[in-house]
Design a binder for this molecule. Structure first.
Ligand SMILES: *[C@@H]1O[C@H](CO)[C@@H](O)[C@H](O)[C@H]1NC(C)=O
Ligand SMILES: *[C@@H]1O[C@H](CO)[C@@H](O)[C@H](O)[C@H]1NC(C)=O
Length: 378
């Protein structure tokens, strides 16, 4: 009798142990899948999950508003250095794919086998040397250009998957997200005195660097790569507040700055051209997915109620007041700034970055369509 009980107990613990050792078939959250081994992300503040804040003294020197409440108020319940009230697109993608939130690549001792996030606040597509050469060498644009982020990734690889022999198949079954990146390149230009046509003239350099990064990832074995375009920056509070136009005809019927949206559309069309070139070079062995941030944001701006929103451009969090609730010296995370009570009803969190509610919709649109070509889960 006792032996049988022991036998049952042993079998039960064996299956418990097995359950512990086996990867979960699906994540509890939203019917995840185990389609991918891991996810690796590159980008800027739209997808940094904490890289810039890993070095606490550097973060303090930079007086990062993102490291202060009420950032993180909706999810996490504390600031995590994410530029939102909660999760980012990359977080929702991780949850839906049954993967953990991606640890920042700079986090000492983190386990990167299921993914790593190289994105960093201030990240650019252009190399810092290039920005310096055109007179834009301000230190804020030196946090981690895409080429620097690729180096961080290569340095991590031995801890992710060993050597090139084992990494190639591992990375072929991983999801890569390259961006959105490029927004800061235009910020560097527009906020420091370039006009829109001059900024436009550098768009080919920006998209060339993004396309070159896609090629580098493919060389390492990547086969599934999502490349988002840029947002309609002419509809974002920070640009509207800092770069107002005296010419009424510069504004569209929703109050967005048409020349800035023109720049974003130009970038996106060049980027899609470059991605078509990459697709043509690699054929069906590689799946390049263009994520249409722009079209989704425009749909949300045109018909906010359809998506559950009451405000579109006005920041939920800030102290600026006025039509945008954005002022550079009274930003979200600074003394005196407050957040709206219902961030899920607003599209803009801090006048620069979207709310968690927007990020969730964007992630769904990339996973299942219609805002990703082809959708990630197709
Ligand atoms: C952290 O940042 C400080 C201040 O910028 C710098 O002096 C230090 O070298 C950094 N530490 C590491 C480990 O990078
Ligand atoms: C934009 O700036 C460039 C270079 O500074 C200048 O040559 C050009 O005339 C400007 N264009 C407009 C439309 O102001």
């Amino acid at each position: 009798m006792a032996r049988r009980i022991n036998g049952v107990t042993a079998a039960a613990s064996a299956s418990l142990l097995l359950a512990f050792l086996m990867p979960a078939a699906a994540d509890g959250d939203g019917g995840g899948t185990t389609r991918y081994n891991a996810m690796f992300n590159f980008g800027d503040s739209l997808s940094d999950t904490g890289n810039l804040c890993v070095n606490k003294s550097a973060a303090a020197e930079l007086l990062l508003t993102f490291a202060n409440p009420p950032y993180g108020m909706t999810y996490f319940g504390r600031p995590t250095c994410r530029c939102s009230d909660g999760r980012l697109v990359v977080d929702f993608l991780a949850q839906s794919l049954g993967l953990p939130f991606l640890p920042p690549s700079k986090l000492p001792g983190a386990d990167f086998r299921k993914g790593a996030n190289m994105a960093i606040i201030g990240g650019t597509a252009l190399d810092f040397e290039f920005l310096k050469s055109i007179g834009l060498g301000y230190p804020i644009w030196n946090n981690g250009a895409i080429n620097v982020q690729l180096r961080w990734f290569r340095d991590l690889l031995p801890r992710v998957c060993g050597g090139p022999q084992t990494c190639r198949p591992y990375l072929a079954r991983s999801l890569f997200l390259l961006g959105s990146i490029g927004g800061n390149d235009y910020n560097a230009m527009l906020f420091f005195g370039f006009n829109v046509s001059r900024a436009k003239s550098y768009a080919p350099n920006v998209v060339d660097n993004i396309a070159a990064a896609v090629e580098r990832l493919i060389e390492l074995g990547a086969a599934d790569i999502v490349v988002p375009g840029t947002l309609p920056i002419g509809c974002i509070a920070v640009y509207l507040a800092i770069l107002p136009s005296g010419d009424k005809s510069d504004y569209d019927e929703r109050g967005c700055l048409k020349p800035l949206n023109g720049l974003a559309m130009y970038h996106n069309s060049l980027l899609q051209d470059r991605l078509n070139g990459v697709r043509a070079r690699h054929g069906s062995a590689v799946r390049i997915m263009y994520a249409d941030y722009y079209a989704h944001a425009v749909d949300m701006l045109r018909d906010p109620a359809r998506f559950g929103f009451t405000t579109v451009i006005t920041a939920c969090c800030g102290a600026g007041g006025g039509p945008y609730n954005y002022e550079f010296d009274a930003r979200c995370g600074m003394k005196g700034a407050t957040a709206c009570a219902d961030p899920w009803r607003h599209e803009s969190w801090d006048g620069v970055h979207p709310t968690e509610a927007v990020n969730k919709l964007v992630a769904d649109g990339w996973l299942r369509g219609p805002y990703c070509h082809p959708p990630i889960l197709q």
